[in-house]
Each structure stands twice: as structure tokens, then as C-alpha cells.
Design a protein around this ligand. Structure first.
Ligand SMILES: [Zn+2]
Length: 466
């Protein structure tokens, strides 16, 4: 144990010119100040302070979340001086964005340690270098979005899977890997001949290169209706449960995993699909998304075979049987809890049970997805938000919305309509349509307790021990 202190950057810095310049001048001041200090070492991509827990400052400010260390105990000698000085210089450069905290004063960091540790891992690897435009044009045509995309991954043959996307650099959790316009979007029409002619019309409007790209995509339903076969195999729904699907030049090459490292999402404002890393992805690792709703292994296998024509050999499906059975039990539990939480009568009449189910679901998701449950966590926090706000509890609702917002940003980015929606609710929980349906848990928004330790805060949040 021990006491931690330091500061978090809230909100984190962007890659934009202003933040970048401010960070560069901040790093310059720190370098100059400590140039004759043997304990402060300048590495190729970051500065490390060799005291306490060796806090670091990366050269790329957008990667930075926290500068901190344990400040008590024999190993902590001298570190408090570094923390104080660096915090002071950071405040001079970034003002209130620098949030100092000290556990001795019952203050806690803004970010959770998993996010912070992920950010540390990204320090070593510099940002991807620029790719000459001529190469990008050769591979993708002249679409500037695709030129940007090319930087983070390569398209390679993946054993047993055909083409796939492989990370060319270490990719931080939350990073946007791809942002792509569809060739076209199309509804799932019946009879199939109608769908075929509808797609044929859309195909005619594409360039020759795009037509070739489309026709080279996998078709799990060869036969009389090849165009609709390709669409059925490759289309990603334009939003959850949408009957309209989009087909993409690059995104459709991303293979499936039942434990994916990336999340795909349709942005209804920009009419583009985004792919975000939902955990830290190492250079050389294949980028994967889930094509499936994620039930137990037998139902996943059947669905993946029928709809996409492959036998899943992902890291989850190839677990030894006893481990797979544990995973299956968790997946079943996830489905049951999800259904129970979504029951509006229960939300109204048994909110304590519903909230307890949300807490239980959170734990099962963490165990099953090992910290990369992605949008499932965002949805769970939104459910917890809705339960709280239905009963007038603005304090807890605002905390749940804040956590839901953080998860959405990771999965979809700041520009997603879903992210903006939850951000509005975070600022104004009473703006939700269910607010005031009951006054059972009525609290004001500002009544979030201060000074509780992590356990105490979680107990309050989930209304445990009442
Ligand atoms: Zn699998």
C-alpha cells in the first residue's frame, strides 16, 4: 500500500496544433530545468524521473493522462519534490486542466489505473510516421481518409482467414483505427431478386476500381444472386438493429473474434463507420471486431457458420473445454442479466434489484472480456443511469452517465451522436425523459459524496448495504 499523489490531465490533450505546442514548450521547460539532474533521464520518446515509482512524461502530449508516484515509504525518497515541481510547471502551462490529487488528503485521480497503465505502454512507441501520398494512392486511390487509415495497419493474408488487418504500430485503447465511407448502403430486401437489382443499380454508380474491390469481397452465398450474397456476407448494420447495411472497402476485410480488440460503430451524422481499439493492441497483432451478438460458444458457432461460412478458431473458441465451459456459463449469465435489467416493470417496481443486476453484470463482463467489454460497458452504465434517473436520483445518475460517456468515447470517439447524447445527460441528468417518474431515490445532482475511498464510493454508487 502507500499514499499516491500526482496530477491528471483532464480533459486529455488532443493532437491539435495548440495542445501540441503547449505540451512541447512544457517538455522543453522540464528538460532545461533538470538537464543536470542525474535522476532525470531523457529517453528517445519520454522523460523518466528515477525516484519513487519512476513517473514519466511522454513527448507526445495526447498520450498523457497522469504523472504520479507513491510518496510514502523508503522507495519514495525525493519523488515528492519532482511531483510538486512538475505539477506547478504543468499548471502554469495548462491551468485547471491539471488536476492535482493526493490520497493523504482523500483526493483521487480522475482516470482509472487501467487507462493510465495503457497510456504508459504507448509512450515507448512513437506515433506512426507519415506515409508518402504516392503509396497511399497506389493502395487506396486518392481518398484522404484512407491515406490516414493506412498508417495504423497493413492489409495482409492471415493464415486460415484470407485477408485481414494487422496493426503496424502499437495502438492505444480508444484510438480511432479507421473512419470509412461505405461503397453504398442497402436495405435487406425481400424477395432477393429485388435486392439484387437494387444493388446492381448502386454498383453501376461506383468507379471501376470500387466495383472490383466490391466484387473481390467474400461471398458466403454464391449462386444466382452474387451481389446480394456479397452484401449479406459483408454488410455491417448502420446502427444497432438497423435493417440497412453498409459495405466498405477496408472495414469489410476486418476478421471476427469472439473476444475482439476493436469496435465498429456507425456514425449517423457523418454517415461513416468507425473502428476504435477497445484495448491496447500490439504492433503485429491482427485487428478484430465481433460479427456476432456474443452468446455461448455453440450459438456463436452456428450463427457464424450460417451467416459468414467459417468455423471460429479465435482465442476464446480454442480454449480447452473446461475453460470454454466457464466462459459459456458467464455468457449465459450476461444474457440473463441483460434481459432482467431491460424489463421496464422491474425498473419501476424493483429498482434496487435492477441496480444490483447491473453491478453483477459489470463484474461478469470484466471477467469475461478482461477489461475490453467495450460498448457493453457503455450500455450497462446507461442502464444504471436510466434506473437512477427514473427514481429521481440525479447524483448517481450523473456518475453513471460520466462512466458511460468515458466508455463511449473509447468505443466511438467524441464525435459519435451516442457519445454526445450521454454527455448531455452527464451535464443535465434531469433532461432524460424518465426523470420524475418516481421520487423514490430523489437526490440533487451535486450530492455526490466526497472523501470516500474507492470501496466506499462504489458501495454508495451501487446502493449497497442499504
Ligand atoms: Zn470465436
Amino acid at each position: 500500500m502507500g499514499i499516491d499523489a500526482g496530477f491528471d490531465m483532464v480533459p486529455r490533450l488532443s493532437k491539435g496544433a495548440v495542445d501540441r505546442q503547449n505540451w512541447q514548450s512544457f517538455i522543453k521547460i522540464i528538460k532545461e530545468r533538470y538537464q543536470n539532474d542525474d535522476l532525470v533521464e531523457v529517453k528517445p520518446n519520454y522523460i523518466v524521473f528515477k525516484a519513487g515509482e519512476h513517473p514519466m512524461l511522454p513527448f507526445e502530449g495526447h498520450k498523457f493522462l497522469r504523472f504520479s508516484s507513491k510518496i510514502s515509504g523508503s522507495h519514495a525518497k525525493g519523488v515528492e519534490e519532482y511531483i510538486d515541481t512538475v505539477t506547478w510547471v504543468a499548471k502554469a502551462n495548462f491551468g485547471s486542466r491539471v488536476r492535482y490529487w493526493n490520497e493523504a488528503g482523500d483526493e483521487w485521480g480522475f482516470y482509472n489505473w487501467q487507462e493510465v497503465n495503457d497510456s504508459f505502454k504507448s509512450y515507448e512507441q512513437p506515433d506512426e510516421p507519415e506515409i508518402p501520398t504516392s503509396i497511399a494512392q497506389y493502395v487506396f486511390g486518392t481518398d484522404t481518409m484512407s491515406e490516414l487509415n493506412l498508417q495504423l495497419f497493413g492489409i495482409q493474408l492471415v493464415p486460415g482467414k484470407g485477408k485481414g488487418l494487422v496493426a503496424r504500430f502499437n495502438i492505444a485503447k480508444g484510438k480511432r483505427i479507421l473512419y470509412e465511407k461505405p461503397f453504398f448502403t442497402a436495405p435487406n430486401l425481400s424477395p432477393i431478386s429485388l435486392m439484387e437489382s437494387n444493388i446492381a443499380t448502386k454498383l453501376k454508380a461506383l468507379s471501376k476500381t470500387e466495383q472490383q474491390q466490391f466484387l473481390s469481397l467474400h461471398n458466403n452465398f454464391p449462386g444466382k444472386h452474387p451481389f446480394s450474397g456479397i452484401v449479406k456476407t459483408n454488410a455491417l448494420p448502420c446502427g444497432p438493429d438497423s435493417g440497412i447495411g453498409g459495405v466498405y472497402p477496408t472495414i469489410c476485410l476486418i476478421n471476427h473474434s469472439c473476444l475482439p480488440n476493436a469496435h465498429n460503430s456507425w456514425n449517423s451524422d457523418t454517415k461513416c463507420e468507425t473502428i476504435h481499439a477497445i484495448r491496447y493492441i500490439k504492433s503485429g497483432e491482427e485487428i478484430t471486431i465481433s460479427y456476432d451478438k456474443g452468446g455461448p460458444s455453440d450459438s456463436r458457432r452456428t450463427h457464424l457458420k450460417d451467416a459468414f461460412g467459417f468455423d471460429c478458431n479465435c482465442s476464446l473458441c480454442s480454449l480447452p473445454l473446461p475453460d470454454l465451459q466457464i466462459s459459456d456459463a458467464r455468457r449465459l449469465q450476461i444474457q440473463l442479466l441483460d434481459n432482467a435489467i431491460g424489463d421496464p416493470d422491474r425498473v419501476m417496481n424493483k429498482p434496487d434489484d435492477c441496480l444490483a443486476d447491473c453491478h453483477c453484470l459489470l463484474q461478469v463482463l470484466e471477467e469475461e472480456y478482461k477489461g475490453s467489454a467495450g460498448v457493453l460497458i457503455a450500455r450497462l452504465y446507461y442502464d444504471a443511469f436510466q434506473i437512477s434517473i427514473t427514481h429521481g436520483d440525479q447524483a448517481r445518475a450523473s456518475v453513471f452517465a460520466e462512466r458511460g460517456h468515458r466508455s463511449r468515447v473509447i468505443c466511438e470517439g467524441e464525435d459519435s451522436p451516442e457519445t454526445r447524447k450521454i454527455k448531455n445527460l452527464m451535464e443535465n441528468p434531469a433532461g432524460h425523459r424518465n426523470f420524475g417518474a418516481s421520487k423514490r431515490w430523489k437526490t440533487a445532482k451535486g450530492l455526490v459524496p466526497k472523501g470516500l475511498d474507492t470501496d466506499g464510493f462504489e458501495k454508495w454508487l451501487w446502493r449497497q448495504g442499504r
